[in-house]
Design a protein around this ligand. Structure first.
Ligand code: 261
Length: 404
């Protein structure tokens, strides 16, 4: 292994979770492909190399981080490739294709968004993350999956516990997990999920309905057979983490971005057709899936001048790619008016996000309802905007106020 620069040698995941940007800015400048001892993996931080590797699934099949694999178990579509991956995409895609989403999305999202807004305190103050963005995100997907009977707060608790386990990535000098207890929250969540969903699966086997999980069980299976639970669960965990959490992150991030440019917020309030642009820039600015995608080299290869041995895992840092100075002017600023340059938020290639259209629709409707109900939204500047996370990132809380 080549000598590791001191700043890379000493970085910790805790520091990255607080604020990954200074470290990755230096990586892009000095070592856009770098082995990071705390992770036991290579990090790829520049946009062009992230895009090149993401698109090249022949030479860079998808794998999963050790912590991700420990959290989801074998069989998740994230680290499945080729024909088997195609079958899993065929399982999830019917409910997510644009023509399907357009038919159900308004009824799925709008009434609940309005209900949450009507329940806001009358004092003109709220934490938008816990009162709105997360609830709207989890209720939409929960109802689509067929988990109507799981409370909004329970769904929020599940994604949070799966998320901290998935990103419990620190390894010691031997490459073993540095915090093995950090997987307990995920194990608790999975035990609850199985206890709750197993009887529902029993029911769906004999009584299929329109829910996504019911279709996962039945679609494309020979007469009289259903897809085994060991296929369903790892993929359900993927949804119960990323797909539950990220539209909420994206919604809150977009509001935080707009609050940093009150003139731009005002334009979006006056012209809601700007909302898609605003949310796209929000997700460019702070990618919700910041650093959670891993590929493996099929053979010895040189990338960005660094020799990588066959089998090595490389982590694609989409949050860093999205602030690459070579692709964006003033990349750290939220700016509705920047040129529309593609970004890495939804990945690329065979593993590009299957929920792109669904997520964008949930975020858009959530923001439409919010800005219509509270057009005079302001930051509560007695509180900090508290972005957190390295694997997944967004505001932990977002305190706002408005004149009532
Ligand atoms: C729906 C996407 O979910 C994930 C993506 C990347 C890592 C973990 C996830 O659950």
């Amino acid at each position: 292994m080549t000598a590791t620069l001191g700043f890379i040698e000493s970085i910790t995941i805790e520091e990255l979770e607080k604020d990954p940007y200074p470290f990755y800015e230096r990586l892009r400048r000095e070592a856009p492909v770098a082995f990071v001892p705390a992770l036991g993996m290579y990090i790829v931080s520049s946009k062009d190399l992230c895009a090149e590797i993401a698109k090249d699934s022949d030479n860079w099949p998808a794998v999963i981080s050790a912590a991700g694999g420990r959290t989801f178990g074998p069989g998740a579509l994230l680290n499945t490739n080729g024909e088997e991956h195609r079958k899993l995409r065929d399982m999830i895609e019917p409910h997510l294709q644009p023509s399907a989403v357009d038919k159900y999305i308004d009824a799925l999202v709008r009434p609940y968004a309005r209900e949450r807004l009507e329940a806001f305190d009358s004092d003109g103050r709220a934490d938008l993350v816990s009162a709105y963005c997360e609830p709207v995100s989890v209720r939409a997907l929960g109802d689509l999956l067929g988990l109507n009977d799981v409370s909004t707060d329970k769904l929020r608790e599940w994604f949070h516990k799966l998320s901290v386990s998935f990103t419990n990535a620190a390894v010691d000098d031997n490459g073993d997990f540095a915090n093995p207890d950090g997987f307990e929250p995920g194990d608790e969540a999975k035990a609850e999920i199985v206890a709750h969903v197993d009887p529902k699966i029993d029911h769906w086997i004999d009584h299929p309905d329109h829910s996504a999980i019911s279709h996962w069980l039945h679609d494309g299976m020979p007469e009289g057979q259903t897809r085994p639970r060991e296929v369903i669960y790892p993929n359900l965990y993927v949804f119960l983490l990323g797909a539950m959490q990220e539209p909420g992150h994206a919604m809150a991030t977009t509001v935080a971005g707009l609050l940093s440019r009150p003139d731009q917020l005002e334009r979006v309030v006056d012209d809601p057709t700007l909302i898609p642009r605003a949310q796209s820039e929000g997700m460019r600015w702070v990618a919700p899936i910041w650093s959670a995608v891993v590929k493996a080299a099929t053979k010895d290869v040189t990338v960005g001048g660094v020799d990588i041995p066959a089998g090595s895992a490389v982590m694609l840092s989409y949050g860093s790619a999205n602030q690459d100075e070579h692709a964006y002017d003033a990349p750290t600023a939220y700016d509705l008016d920047r040129p529309v340059t593609p970004n890495m938020t939804f990945g690329a290639g065979a593993h590009a996000c299957g929920g792109t259209y669904f997520a964008n629709a949930v975020i858009r409707i959530g923001l439409e309802e919010l800005l219509e109900a509270i057009p005079n939204l302001e930051r509560d500047d007695t509180r900090d905007v508290d972005f957190w996370g390295w694997g997944f990132r967004g505001p932990k809380e977002l305190f706002v106020k408005w004149e009532v």
